[in-house]
Design a protein. Structure first.
Length: 306
């Protein structure tokens, strides 16, 4: 027996699907906050100054030293995203709607994890994508300074041919990546009889859309390695991050707090970060030694880095 389709029926359907969408949104955990700062947008894009020119504190002698941050060095343009499903009218009439609630829940989950897809996608390509200083985000030749304030090249990459792993200092105010929301994702419907798609296609349509984008922030707070995840390579990466200075020769005090790895490196990451003992190469042999790196970093397994 067909269910009558009227205003009440469609209102109940929208309410049910909207609730499922919100449940999917709330139940999904996003990983992007471990490496990105959220900077809302109110226009077509956001324009940013060079992030490495943000000054540190200095003793006030004479006049103030004014660092002019008014000139935009780069912009992140907002992009539009959508996800849409159509429900044939007969499915509503015949009350065959069980699957659509799950689809709406999946749309909520998809909206929650879109920042992850954008941010971790950029991170993976960081050795091939230009950032605001004209170099690839992960590069061996970033313009920087040494402890005497002299210009020098700075590296935040370790070469190799294995799966990439990343060290992140998420304790800084300025973080490695930028999440830039413009318009939040909302659940909307085309289900009125006068709507063209209902009239022409005999189909009710429900969708989610919003505007946002992601971009590169402070490369100084991130390090990529494609070398094996060993104590030796980990130590070299930490040392490189801790050897980055301001223009005045003052240390940026970068200390990695998170170790981001794909699933293929989960075992190595957990061993390095949590085990009492680790293996170290001595000649041709590997011997067990006390793990001095235990507890120095938190392993975060990111499937999107696979």
């Amino acid at each position: 027996m067909s269910k009558p389709i009227n205003v009440d029926t469609l209102h109940a359907l929208f309410t049910s699907l909207s609730l499922a969408f919100n449940q999917g949104l709330a139940a999904t955990t996003a990983l992007w906050p471990v490496l990105a700062m959220e900077i809302p947008s109110t226009g077509a894009d956001n324009k940013y100054p060079r992030l490495d020119e943000f000054p540190g504190m200095r003793e006030w002698i004479g006049d103030r030293y004014i660092k002019d941050l008014s000139k935009a060095a780069f912009a992140i343009e907002n992009r539009s995203f959508e996800m849409t499903i159509g429900i044939p009218r007969p499915h509503v009439e015949d009350d065959q709607l069980g699957l659509y609630g799950k689809l709406a829940e999946g749309m909520g989950s998809g909206a929650r994890t879109l920042p992850d897809k954008l941010i971790f996608g950029l991170l993976k390509r960081g050795d091939k994508e230009i950032c605001w200083d004209g170099q690839n985000f992960f590069d061996a030749d970033h313009p920087g300074f040494n402890s005497e304030g002299k210009e020098t090249s700075v590296s935040n990459i370790q070469p190799g041919d294995g799966p990439a792993w990343f060290l992140i200092d998420d304790s800084q105010i300025l973080k490695p990546m930028i999440w830039q929301p413009r318009r939040k994702f909302e659940f909307v419907a085309k289900q009125e009889a006068k709507d063209d798609i209902v009239f022409m296609k005999d189909k009710f349509v429900y969708g989610v859309d919003g505007r946002c984008n992601a971009g590169f922030g402070m490369w100084q707070c991130a390090f990529m390695s494609k070398a094996p995840l060993t104590p030796e390579n980990y130590a070299a990466a930490r040392a490189a991050m801790g050897s980055i200075f301001r223009e005045n020769g003052e240390s940026l005090a970068i200390t990695p707090k998170k170790l981001l790895v794909p699933p293929a490196l989960e075992s190595d990451a957990r061993m390095l970060a949590t085990s009492e003992m680790v293996g170290e190469k001595v000649g041709d042999a590997t011997v067990a030694i006390s793990n001095k790196w235990k507890g120095t970093v938190e392993p975060v397994i990111v499937p999107l880095l696979a």
